[in-house]
Design a binder for this molecule. Structure first.
Ligand SMILES: C[S@@+](CC[C@H](N)C(=O)[O-])C[C@H]1O[C@@H](n2cnc3c(N)ncnc32)[C@H](O)[C@@H]1O
Length: 196
């Protein structure tokens, strides 16, 4: 098993898999035509040359091998709080809008998820199917929201999309368990490279 990333710092080098630095949009596929399964989650949405990245993954498959690609479609459901019951929920959704604006400026396609079945067919895969889902509430959503906002905090403030006081108030409310947060809908699409 091989795990790749353009920045493998988060991958455990002592895991039961090989870790390799690999740029999906610039490097040739590792061991082309050999993999039974190639999986990428929440990667393509961040890569400007998505077509090339997808072609690289398809080229890594053996004939008959499966590709599973999972990406968000935040335009399908853009809120982080489905119920805006008060100012804290409105603030949370305002920050989510600011985050989406930042992602758009970075070149992310916030409607990419919905394109996956068509994109996989156009890449030559067969037996293509897809499904979408998102959780509502729970500590996993809270933890991810806190990590995400901390990660982009400096960029949000520098872009004047929010300020430190608003971010601090939001992080405190999330940590206090005041919300039923949601994540962006995740579209999972899979398809098979045709047999020879
Ligand atoms: C949102 S994280 C998703 C991480 C993991 N796949 C998951 O689902 O938890 C996006 C990952 O894509 C990686 N990435 C971004 N551009 C890439 C590229 N051109 N080639 C390979 N990996 C890339 C980033 O380094 C980051 O680890």
């Amino acid at each position: 098993m091989l795990a790749t990333d353009i920045n493998p710092a988060w991958l455990d080098p002592r895991g039961t898999y090989e870790v390799r630095r690999h740029d999906l949009a610039a490097d040739p596929p590792p061991e082309p035509g050999t993999f039974d399964l190639v999986h990428a989650r929440l990667v393509l949405v961040h890569v400007p040359d998505r077509a090339r990245a997808l072609a690289t993954m398809v080229a890594a498959l053996r004939p008959g091998g499966w590709l599973l690609v999972e990406d968000a479609d935040t335009e399908l459901q853009p809120l982080v709080c489905l119920e805006e019951t008060g100012p804290a929920q409105q603030r949370a959704n305002r920050l989510r809008r600011a985050f989406r604006e930042l992602m758009t400026h970075r070149g992310a396609d916030l409607r990419y998820g919905r394109t996956l079945p068509r994109t996989l067919r156009e890449a030559g895969l067969v037996d293509v199917a897809a499904a979408g889902s998102f959780p509502v509430g729970g500590t996993v959503c809270d933890r991810l929201e806190i990590a995400t906002i901390r990660h982009v905090r400096a960029e949000l403030v520098a872009a004047r999309l929010t300020d430190d006081a608003e971010i601090d108030a939001h992080l405190a409310a999330v940590a206090a368990g005041e919300f039923d947060l949601t994540l962006a809908p995740l579209i999972s699409a899979w398809g098979r490279r045709p047999d020879r």
